[in-house]
Design a protein around this ligand. Structure first.
Ligand SMILES: Cc1cc2nc3c(=O)[nH]c(=O)nc-3n(C[C@H](O)[C@H](O)[C@H](O)COP(=O)(O)OP(=O)(O)OC[C@H]3O[C@@H](n4cnc5c(N)ncnc54)[C@H](O)[C@@H]3O)c2cc1C
Length: 461
């Protein structure tokens, strides 16, 4: 281990901040996490994380990355009743993507699992693990304000924090801004004379309505039901089994389609593209608490790695770098992968950490970004540039999804890649391309045979 400094301060104590703090705990004598909200003792929703009321998936790669940071975390989640579902276990999933419903027969080797704790439950567990590090302090109920810097503005030296009208300054060798997509780091950098990072943005206007439900055990054999938007119908739904026999039911709309804010309206909104037995289960469920709503305007990526100058003593982390359309369930996984990137950067040397970390974060962020943006642009309802690479990529993905209807190996491969587990290049693996082609040829043949023998539309002689 490479000891780097006396104190690191992390601004924001949500998943990004907690994971960053875990990475820093190996390299600084003390790590202080500053969180504006007063934090609940265990699992609980709070103002600063409004997304906590909505469906959250922990993708397999993120789950494994978190378990390496907090060994035993996943086993604890499972023993606390958190459902998990392995790639390849299609019996437990009903999945419709781009209008293609994945086949549920056949068998492929079972892969690593995706976990489905509710968001507050996961954050509570990670927070309690972090509290177990003797050199980490979580200072909740404290808002982070202006950063302090040396007179020549080459180094950030700390941050002003306030609580109940009282202010103080925390000095730090490193300040990590993990205050989410609304973090004001670009303005801070501009104020210090560094300019603002370039920003990429795709307006998606996603809206969520979510209702926590209690469904009697044994009602559904699926643990995860998901029907994504498709061209011509930019609406979707998810039903996820969570801990304590609760289920999170979410109805979503893209490009300004707004799901209703009452359970009956939500059911009507998703009824057309949700299996009948699932609708019946939702109708018969007991609602827990009120329906929650969330609006998400745009995916945004702040390219700190492209800045020619950056002050020492400052990093940006998690959603504050890049915030993805939540429909793809990537944010926490990318934050966990960033924590590993940060750990590696700090382990190598203490100089130039910011530029090395920002460059290293491009890999997980960029992979997730391309997947999310490409998928959004497959919907004609989303406005944005569609260069030929995106169009060809989306046409190929549509063939993959069509093949996944009948070929479980293709379904498995696609889920591993979209789950950020396997690298995107494996989409072009010759064996996969061959299976996709073969399945699409079979599909076309059976469609044209069906049309040839379908005389129902023929005029009566
Ligand atoms: C509706 C929705 C659904 C999602 N679903 C998924 C999913 O299925 N899977 C997945 O992996 N990801 C999902 N995400 C993304 C995921 O929630 C985030 O990526 C994750 O929380 C990491 O974000 P973060 O910690 O960087 O920022 P945030 O979660 O936004 O946290 C920012 C923190 O900073 C604190 N803060 C803000 N200002 C200050 C201040 N001045 N001083 C001190 N503290 C401050 C806030 O209180 C908060 O705790 C979803 C997001 C949304 C919106």
């Amino acid at each position: 281990m490479n000891r780097i400094g006396d104190r690191a301060v992390v601004l924001g104590g949500s998943m990004g901040g907690l994971l960053a703090a875990r990475a820093l705990a190996e390299f600084y004598d003390t790590v202080t996490v500053v969180e504006r909200d007063v934090l609940p003792a265990g699992a609980g929703n709070r103002r600063g994380v409004p997304q906590g009321y909505h469906a959250h998936l922990l993708l397999a790669s993120g789950a494994q990355a978190m378990d390496e940071l907090f060994p035993g975390l996943l086993d604890d989640l499972v023993s606390d009743g958190v459902p998990r579902i392995a790639y390849g276990d299609m019996a437990g999933i009903h999945l419709t993507l781009g209008g293609h419903t994945f086949g549920r027969g056949g068998s492929v080797r079972k892969g690593p699992p995706t976990y489905m704790p509710s968001r507050p439950f996961l954050e509570g567990r990670v927070r309690s693990r972090l509290r177990g590090f003797p050199n980490v302090t979580i200072l909740d109920g404290h808002g982070a304000g202006e950063l302090t810097a040396t007179a020549d503005r080459r180094r950030v030296t700390g941050v002003h924090v306030g609580s109940g009208g009282r202010a103080r300054t925390l000095t730090a060798d490193l300040v990590v801004d993990a205050r989410g997509r609304g973090a004001r780091t670009p303005a801070v950098l501009e104020g210090l004379g560094y300019g603002r990072p370039e920003e990429e943005r795709l307006v998606v206007h996603v809206a969520y309505s979510s209702q926590l439900l209690r469904i009697p055990p044994g009602t559904l054999r699926e643990k995860l039901v998901f029907a994504g938007a498709q061209p011509g119908r930019p609406t979707g739904m998810g039903l996820l089994a969570c801990e304590n026999d609760t289920w999170m039911f979410t109805a979503s709309g893209t490009a300004g389609r707004e799901p209703p804010s009452d359970l009956t309206g939500m059911i009507g909104f998703v009824e057309q593209f949700t299996p009948r037995h699932v609708i019946d289960a939702i109708r018969g469920a007991e609602p827990v608490g009120p329906v929650a709503r969330h609006r998400y305007p745009s995916s945004q990526w702040r390219h700190y790695e492209r800045m020619s100058r950056f002050p020492d003593g400052l990093l940006v982390f998690g959603d504050a770098i890049c915030s993805f359309n939540p429909v793809y369930g990537q944010g926490m996984t990318v934050a966990a992968l960033e924590a590993h990137a940060l750990r590696k950067c700090l382990d190598r040397s203490d100089s130039g950490v910011a530029s090395r970390f920002f460059r290293a974060s491009v890999r997980p962020v960029g992979t997730a970004w391309k997947f999310a943006i490409g998928s959004d642009l497959a919907l004609p309802e989303v406005e944005g540039p569609r260069p030929w690479g995106v169009r060809i990529g989306n046409a190929y993905v549509d063939r993959i999804l069509a093949a996944a209807e009948t070929d479980p190996a293709v379904a498995d491969r696609f889920l591993r890649i979209s789950g950020l587990y396997d690298p995107p290049l494996t989409l072009a693996h010759p064996a996969l391309v061959a299976r996709v082609c073969a399945a699409n040829v079979r599909r076309r043949r059976s469609t044209s045979n069906a049309e040839r023998y379908d005389t129902s539309a023929a005029p009566a002689r």
